[in-house]
Design a protein around this ligand. Sequence first.
Ligand SMILES: Cc1cc2nc3c(=O)[nH]c(=O)nc-3n(C[C@H](O)[C@H](O)[C@H](O)COP(=O)(O)OP(=O)(O)OC[C@H]3O[C@@H](n4cnc5c(N)ncnc54)[C@H](O)[C@@H]3O)c2cc1C
Length: 434
Amino acid sequence: MSATDGPPRDFDAIVLGGGPAGTAAAIRLAGHGRRVLLVERDRFPRFHIGESLLPTTNAAFAALGVAEAVRAAGFPAKWGASFLTHDGSFQRYADFSASGELPEPQTWQVERAVLDEILLDRAAAVGVEVRPGHRVLACDFAGRGVEVTFRDEEDAQYRARAAAAVDASGRAGLLARQFGLRRVDPRLANISVYAHYRGVPPLEGRRAGDIRIVARADAGWFWVIPLREGVTSVGVVLPKPLFERLPRGSHEGMLAHAVAGTPAMAELMREAELARPARVEKEFSYAASAYAGDRFLLAGDAGSFLDPVFSSGVAIALDSGIEAADALDRALARGETGRAAFAAFERRQRARYEAFRRFVLAFYSAGFRDLFFQPGAHPRIFAAVVTVLGGRWRPGPVNRLWIALFFLLARLQRHVELVPRIYPRERTDDALLA
Ligand SMILES: Cc1cc2nc3c(=O)[nH]c(=O)nc-3n(C[C@H](O)[C@H](O)[C@H](O)COP(=O)(O)OP(=O)(O)OC[C@H]3O[C@@H](n4cnc5c(N)ncnc54)[C@H](O)[C@@H]3O)c2cc1C
């Protein structure tokens, strides 16, 4: 390893990681006139999971100045989500335009290699000093600010100083781990196997770009996401005990086994050919006991990560990156960057996590699924649910009431057969209905 290189550099903020949360924070801070260094381990473009977006990302893209570049990338347009039961006998179409609280209901299915590069390029264009191919090694808060040590691909080491840091290092969670803030959610200890395929038939017309979620007969589920050029992203998410029952072997073999056991998926994948090797992602979900500390904030997955059933990850990452930047800018203006300065930021991160988590947990319960898949569900109730699934996690008061009613009915369905049962009690977990 080479000796430390050059004199320390000074910035207002150093952003750790250049995914959606990190680039959003860096672009926004630069927009506030702050001097920003962004250190990203990988060289872009690079593969990343997290391909299905929510309509609320439109506002974030506009705020970050990338809406036009995202539109020009040619991603499939996503207007909603189609949910199917394991044998395809029940379907539920969540059309984002039914919500009434999502002013721009159309969103995108993205290759993250492309989206993340658009965001990183934008950061460089607005004056952020971007260092791709540099791995953060250590963050030292002993002095008045923060000193970050990082290393390039030739093993040269660098140090930079700033008033504060934004940890946007994703599931690596550099500062969350350094300060022991990560709290794994034992009720969502899920695992995913996923790959890209060709030859998966798309839906037709306006729904051709929708995500399909196929609920298994047990608590697991599949995603089917159409990407550009005839490629489809397919993955299964399983609670850990169910994952452990898959036969050991290649990741592709495990995914194929899971597909074969779910008739609706087996039918969709009849002619599918592998286009990208399968991968496994473990260890979700988790939250943070604190989303900020003295001279640092956590944004995106670095703070918390939720099971991806409702595709909330990138939307949360972008919004929390922007919010971290605004909170830090205000703190810097007051000259007060202790944890107390970030109290409102922390409250918002926690509230959003809890709002989405309530829905995610419920999806693993039979009561919720029975009601959700029921043909002829009350349109106002369903529109309210779609509002949250579209990313508006704090809907207006009327929709909040409808949602409360929906959860009440789903809980009652545990004890009384309000609607015909679709899901077996013993294979799902009604205790998850909060
Ligand atoms: C199986 C699965 C399916 C998912 N599906 C969806 C979906 O359909 N839709 C959706 O919205 N979300 C989905 N997600 C979630 C989504 O992937 C994340 O929420 C999102 O990527 C979070 O963005 P981020 O910027 O916080 O973190 P990331 O995108 O992970 O970015 C973190 C960055 O930090 C960098 N980094 C890490 N360590 C260091 C270091 N030491 N030094 C420098 N840089 C470092 C990494 O290289 C990376 O670029 C899914 C997640 C999983 C696991």
